[in-house]
Design a binder for this molecule. Sequence first.
Ligand code: SAM
Length: 284
Amino acid sequence: MINPRIAKREVTLHILKTFGIHTNKRLGQNFLIDEQVVDRIVGAAEVGAADTVLEIGPGIGTLTQALAETGARVVAVELDRRLVEVLAKTLAGYENVKVVHGDILKLNIREEVTAPSFKVVANLPYYITTPIVMGLLEQRLPVERLVTMVQKEVAERMVAPPGGKDYGALSVAVQYYTRPEVAFLVPSGAFLPPPAVESAVIRCMVRKEPPVTIRSEKTFFRVVKAAFAQRRKTLANALKAGGIPAQDLPEILAAAGIDGTRRGETLALAEFAAIADAWDDKKR
Ligand code: SAM
């Protein structure tokens, strides 16, 4: 690496001071200051010169720089205009980086990232982790893998198996679209300023085919949402509250082979799928 690395406390402080930047908590601005963590993220994503990477929230360019050094093509989307100005300086000379000023939740990603497939690598702004991850997956963008820093608690929910308190609609959705795993944990001291919560890097390999075949994804996610909306209710009551007509419910549950007195959080993906298909059959 020829350019000085940004992923150091002194360099980050210097950049912030030079540009008169005060980090904005509301935008989830916790910048990485640990080179090892940055390198491990790039390593977990296995980024190489042949890759195209979408980075969300480049901040002052800490992770972007390490991604760019691999030779990959990087598209980095930053919401904060002040930081876009900083990035023009900190990433000057990296011809393989395109910085886009915009809100990742509103941006037409396909217009900005035109590669046939790409990786998503990011230290995410925690206040919108779920909408970002779900948006990327639901849009069916040609993402190969997602390697992102998230709150440790969110990482635990993403990988949670059925039966525990961490298992919920997010677990089902992430596991439906990807094979997620916690790559490693990250202490708060790796950031400036340190976040109040613990962090983890999650690696999600996007599946080519879903793990269960279902007739309608819409019905599947409706069932999942209903089952977890009222966790203290039995599955039967939760599904009723979620829109399955009470008179059809016994037949739907019987066809799916599921006991309605169970709690939603005990159901595996295949069981949600069986209920969704039985409901669709009933609607025909
Ligand atoms: N990548 C940098 C790093 O690792 O040091 C900064 C990560 S910081 C946790 C999150 C970044 O996301 C901030 O730079 C913040 O301004 C940006 N951000 C927040 N909301 C955003 C949005 N809706 N779209 C794009 N970027 C956003």
